[in-house]
Write a protein that binds this ligand. Structure first.
Ligand SMILES: Cc1ncc(COP(=O)(O)O)c(C=O)c1O
Length: 441
């Protein structure tokens, strides 16, 4: 695939692109012009395979007619109504449907526009919950190294990415981190590793011992850390976090922006691992990536405590976004959830999982591959650093694109998150292409 294949006709300098090497991109652009099913097409009409479901957003397939029609109908009926002090029908239906799908007890749903907003919302709910119960000193937030919780201030502060600290400095005060869960003892394991679960989770207890439980509002983790390269929790880890939170009155937040909606073969990772958080954030696949939307589910008693603390006409939770529960996003989400049900797509993800993980594991024989891992339809391959960190990963991303495959890289880690409708043949094509590329970098 030539570079010209990916060019747009417009000058490229005016759009400052997110999480992108802008200077490099302008020299060798990668423009995706069309999508359907598991495929993209560039501006010359050349086809590419989608190995990451958009950006973990689009597991039901690109270009789904059912969602498009629901969005069109909604735009014809009601394009927008004020989100504060007024409601739209779709949001109540959607919240009700989500409450049926979510783990038992998580049945109050707040809406936002992105995963980052969902995280800020979840953390603010946690802090206010403690304040209305007379525990306003619980302000501290616990995150984890190599966590990713979006780009806003609280989110990147509880997240554990070094580059955020390099670029933006101190972040929020009162934040502490546990160690990440990617340890050498669990190398080349598909599913949950045997080692380290209890000790790593006991970092939370160590932070409690250091700071005092009565200063800690919440502990936030991705059940499987996605953006830093698919870090699967070792056995016992999430259970232990749950037990420590229970013991000390700390709210446990699962950030399921990537894991939610079938990625693990279950509706939520909380179901897959059998551990229920107090607050759960979701986004991305909630609308199959068609319209931006996010949601935050909380336990009923958490919401109730906040509602009860305010006077009858008062706004209880002083928070919201212009686009919270946007009617068009609600329509897209309702149509998406219907597709998940009608086509039993989470079961399809579960059925594809062993075939997918087998192929991830098969890459371990390549000399530059230093680890392979995965859970559900999330898989990662670590590559040995070649000179400077990230150089080899970026070369793989570019070569895969040139040869017709879209993947994600996190530094020198290649990440796959196939659509749930991917066939075994398509998996074979992806992995054969990647194997070829890995021989050249
Ligand atoms: C776990 C997690 N939380 C939050 C976010 C931020 O979501 P957004 O990019 O929609 O703001 C992401 C994005 O990948 C994520 O993976």
């Amino acid at each position: 695939m030539s570079q010209a294949a990916s060019r747009s006709n417009e000058p490229l300098i005016h759009h400052w692109m997110p999480f992108t090497a802008n200077k490099q991109f302008q020299e060798a652009p990668r423009i995706i012009a069309r999508a359907e099913g598991v495929h993209y097409w560039n501006t010359l009409g050349e086809q590419l395979l989608d190995g990451v479901s958009g950006l973990y957003t689009t597991p039901a397939g690109h270009g789904r007619r059912e969602i498009r029609e629901a969005v069109t109908r909604q735009l014809e009926e009601l394009d927008y109504a004020p989100a504060f002090q007024f409601g739209v029908p779709g949001s109540f239906r959607l919240a009700h449907e989500l409450a049926q799908m979510l783990p038992e007890g998580l049945n109050r749903v707040f809406f936002a526009g992105s995963g980052s907003e969902a995280v800020e919302t979840a953390l603010k709910i946690a802090i206010q919950y403690h304040r209305v119960r007379g525990q306003g000193q619980r302000q501290r937030l616990i995150g984890r190294a190599r966590g990713y919780h979006g780009v806003n201030f609280a989110g990147w502060s509880v997240g554990g990415m070094v580059k955020n600290r390099d670029a933006f400095g101190l972040g929020l005060p009162g934040v502490a981190h546990m160690r990440h869960t990617h340890i050498p003892e669990n190398r080349n394991v598909m599913g949950q590793g045997e080692h380290g679960g209890i000790d790593l989770a006991d970092d939370l207890q160590r932070l409690v011992d250091l700071h005092g439980a009565d200063t800690i509002a919440a502990c936030i983790v991705e059940p499987i850390a996605g953006s830093t390269g698919v870090l699967v929790p070792p056995k016992g880890y999430l259970e232990r976090l749950r037990a420590i939170c229970d013991k000390h009155g700390i709210l446990l937040i699962f950030d399921e922006v990537i894991c939610g909606f079938g990625r693990t073969g279950h509706a939520f990772a909380a179901d897959a691992f059998g551990v229920t958080p107090d607050i759960l954030t979701m986004a991305k696949a909630i609308t199959n990536g068609n319209i931006p939307m996010a949601a935050i589910a909380v336990r009923e008693d958490i919401q109730q405590a906040i509602l009860d603390a305010a006077g009858p006409d008062a706004v209880e939770f002083f928070h919201g976004y212009t686009y919270s529960a946007h009617p068009v996003a609600c329509a897209a989400a309702l149509a998406t959830l219907k597709l998940y049900r009608d086509e039993d797509l989470f079961a399809r993800a579960a059925a594809l999982t062993p075939k997918f993980l087998e192929r991830i594991a098969s890459l371990a024989d390549i000399p530059i591959v230093t680890d392979t891992r995965g859970y559900g339809l999330l898989g990662a391959v670590d590559l040995a650093v070649d000179g400077s960190a990230g150089k080899r990963g970026f070369a793989v991303l570019r070569r895969c694109f040139e040869q017709g495959l879209v993947i994600r890289v996190a530094g020198d880690t290649v990440v796959f998150a196939p659509l749930f409708i991917t066939t075994e043949d398509e998996l074979d094509q992806m992995f054969a292409l990647l194997r070829g590329v890995l021989k050249t970098v």
